[in-house]
Design a protein around this ligand. Structure first.
Ligand SMILES: O=C(O)CCC(=O)C(=O)O
Ligand SMILES: [Fe+2]
Length: 370
């Protein structure tokens, strides 16, 4: 006599996480149980004290850790980075004060008045995730501008036009110096970090110096009010399209920034005081032939607290020419040379579809998003 056991195998439903990858919709299958593959479950924490060491061996040891994080995760937390605590806390205070100003003061420098989308972005104007009503955030974007004396350009090039927009109201006078204090510190640490990235790619430290004499840079100050609905998002899932980003986030009890791992699972980034969350963006992925990851992330502010963050975006000179580095090339493949500013503009044009540009003839136009 024999018995038969019927094992019912339930097929797991195939589910995807959807995101916005430089204007192109992307999706990742959620892999659980036996399907799950090795991937990260936390963000590496790296001690950056060694970035200031006189010993090349120390800097190389740091670069080794950084390189592994860029390859395996695309994100890491940088502690002991040397930007003074008081600079970060003072900037956060000013950012909060700015967003508390009356709407008309902020709207005076609305980003729709600027070719480079600099200035104030109002609530729900960005919409990286088309399934939402828009990003539940307001922001202020500034960046490289040869006409702003705070950028310490020895000579302002002829024909250079202002790119930034600053509020003119006396009520907002504190904001510009505060943002510039932060910007100039972030600029310096980013240039140092780029030297660590060069070492991590087995290049001399000064490898990227020539293409970063006048880098393209942005600070975006962002305010995320607490979300009441799970259907909302502070910033929809996306990758960044500069070279790399440093984010300083305010302290909230619940983490709000989340990073997508290889199994389609969102990994929270717990806020830690005086720490930068650093992520590799699309352009460094491109020059490393995809060896370094430009990892999808999003913000959901579910903890009932106001949240502020201050990303700093870094890219080389606008007229810099780059390509896939030799060591990442495949035999027989051709690789184009890319002018940084043109690539940036191409990506902006694709992304033009993801940013509300106001109602025109009853139609909502969308415009660029960094
Ligand atoms: O607010 C944050 O923590 C991240 C913001 C972000 O991802 C961005 O501005 O690209
Ligand atoms: Fe981002």
């Amino acid at each position: 006599m024999s018995t038969t056991t019927v094992v019912e195998v339930e097929e797991a439903p195939v589910q995807y996480v959807h995101y916005h990858d430089g204007g192109v919709p992307g999706k990742r299958r959620i892999l659980t149980g036996k399907l799950a593959k090795p991937t990260f479950t936390e963000i590496p924490r790296i001690d950056f004290r060694r970035i200031y060491s006189d010993s090349i061996d120390d800097r190389k040891a740091l670069a080794k850790e950084v390189g592994a994080a860029c390859r395996d995760v695309g994100f890491f937390s940088a502690v002991n980075h040397g930007v003074p605590e008081v600079v970060l806390s003072d900037t956060f205070d000013s950012v909060k004060r700015f967003f508390d100003l009356p709407t008309e003061v902020k709207m005076e420098c609305h980003n729709q008045k600027s070719d480079k989308f600099r200035g104030y972005e109002a609530f729900l104007e960005g919409r990286l995730d088309p399934s939402t009503r828009g990003d539940l955030k307001e922001g202020f974007l500034m960046g490289e501008d040869a006409t702003d004396p705070e950028q310490n350009r020895p000579i302002t090039p002829l024909n250079s036009k202002p790119r930034n927009q600053w509020p003119s109201s006396p009520e907002a006078a504190f904001f510009r110096p505060a943002i510039y204090n932060y910007y100039n510190h972030m600029f310096d640490i980013s240039k140092r970090m780029l030297r660590i990235f060069a070492l991590a790619l087995d290049k001399p430290e000064d490898f990227f110096d020539e293409v970063t004499t006048q880098p393209m840079t942005n600070v975006r100050a962002v305010h995320y009010p607490p979300q009441e609905s799970d259907a909302d998002v502070g910033i929809g899932a996306h990758t960044d399209f500069c070279w790399f980003t440093l984010v300083c986030q305010s302290q909230t009890k619940l983490p709000a920034l989340e990073v997508l791992n290889g199994n389609g699972i969102w990994i929270p980034v717990h806020p830690e005081p005086n720490t930068f969350v650093v992520n590799i963006a699309d352009f460094l992925k491109l020059v490393t032939g995809g060896t370094w990851q430009s990892t999808v992330h999003r913000v959901r502010n579910m903890g009932g607290e106001e949240r502020y963050s201050m990303p700093f975006f870094f890219s080389p000179n606008e007229d810099g020419v780059v390509s896939v580095l030799e060591q990442f090339r495949q035999k027989g493949e051709e690789y184009e040379e890319i002018v940084v500013g043109e690539y940036f503009q191409r990506r902006l044009d694709v992304d033009r579809t993801t940013h509300i540009d106001g109602e025109q003839d009853g139609q909502t136009k969308r415009r660029a998003y960094l």
